[in-house]
Design a protein around this ligand. Structure first.
Ligand code: NAP
Length: 328
């Protein structure tokens, strides 16, 4: 069934959309208002899912959802996978494309929030703000006197791994902190006023803070490994706001325990929401529960855009934000 079929004149509420994992209530509200939403039916009721599968025309997903080829294959009427999130490493885009199924995501609307969080984690790790808060609450300021001195961030050297939309928003903010900025990416960006280094290890060797903001997936798996951490060195601070898969977590824990690097600020982990006990035990690590885009305003903008792609598609208009692999 395609949008050229007469059936497209049905009200959109007749179209069945599979929510493939637990979605933001903001996205769900849009979906329930417009379509027949099958919320995780493939997990909760396999028999009902088998009956509905031939009618399902779209998948609604989050940035963390898994949409494997095996699921795509079971949905012969599938036309669109709309991800609420900029990262879509859980979607088998090649399998979708082979079936002429389009994939959309929500770039740009979350740049500010993720960049804000990266700067926040840098400041928290350098100035030990969570520990400072505990110091006051636990009465240690009165008992023990001033806290130990911490690291200065303004004017320090920053390396950004991934100089895309969010990487550039981080660089803009870091400029206001007087930081010296260098980066690595798959290709140099001559139009940007920052120094390019060919790989993460070369970059790490030259900076005080290393911020990781690439996509996840096979191309970046364990890009930040023991060698990169060694290059960052005993005064270096690692911040990961990309995906847990981009950092070798075992190597990171090892490096933190042994003082190979000074500290870390982490928003993402290998096996979310499970964070290893050894990592949680380290005092010089600041941890956040994957909150890069988690403000009310940004999540609403992401839900609006994820829904907008579905609405435009079923109205026969152009998609707003197809992923690069699906752009013609
Ligand atoms: P983007 O505009 O596509 O930028 C990605 C950057 O990563 C590009 O500069 C790209 O290089 C670089 N890159 C890709 N593969 C690389 C590799 N193997 N080695 C080095 N650099 C590589 O994406 P974005 O919008 O900035 O988002 C980046 C990622 O942030 C998302 O994919 C998502 O995983 C993550 N994210 C996390 C949160 C959170 O909540 N923590 C929220 C939003 C996004 P080129 O420019 O040379 O292609």
């Amino acid at each position: 069934m395609t949008i050229d079929d007469p059936t497209v004149k049905l009200p959109m509420s007749a179209f069945e959309v599979l929510a493939v994992s637990k979605l933001s209530p903001l996205y769900v509200a849009h979906l329930e208002g417009a379509f027949t939403l099958l919320d995780r039916l493939h997990e909760t009721d396999p028999a009902a899912f088998a009956a509905a599968a031939p009618r399902i025309r779209a998948i609604a997903a989050s940035g963390e959802s898994k949409v494997p080829a095996s699921l795509i294959e079971r949905l012969p009427a599938l036309e669109l996978i709309s991800v609420m999130g900029v990262g879509y490493d859980g979607v088998d885009v090649a399998a979708a494309k082979a079936r002429k199924v389009m994939v959309t995501h929500t770039p740009d609307v979350l740049n500010d929030d993720v960049a804000d969080l990266a700067i926040g984690l840098m400041l928290c790790a350098a100035r030990q703000l969570p520990a400072a808060d505990r110091y006051v609450r636990e009465g240690r300021w009165a008992q023990q006197g001033p806290m130990p001195l911490q690291r200065k961030m303004s004017g320090a050297r920053l390396g950004i791994v991934g100089m895309g939309r969010i990487g550039q928003a981080i660089a803009t903010r870091a400029t206001a902190f007087g930081m010296q900025i260098a980066y690595t990416a798959r290709s140099a960006k001559p139009a940007l006023p920052y120094r390019y280094l060919p790989d993460a290890a070369a970059l790490a060797a030259e900076v005080d803070f290393l911020v990781v903001i690439t996509p996840g997936g096979a191309g970046t798996r364990k890009l930040i490994d023991a060698r990169v951490l060694q290059a960052l060195g005993s005064k270096g601070i690692l911040v990961n706001v990309a995906r847990g898969s981009v950092v070798d977590e075992a190597a990171l824990i090892d490096a933190l325990e042994k003082g190979v690097i000074a500290g870390a600020g982490l928003d993402v982990f290998e096996d979310e929401p499970n964070v290893p006990e050894r990592l949680r035990a380290l005092p010089h690590v600041v941890l956040a529960p994957h909150i890069g885009s988690a403000t009310a305003a940004t999540r609403q903008a992401m839900a609006d855009l994820a829904f907008g792609n579905l609405r435009e598609h079923f109205a026969g208009r152009s998609l707003m934000t197809p992923v690069p692999e699906c752009r013609t």
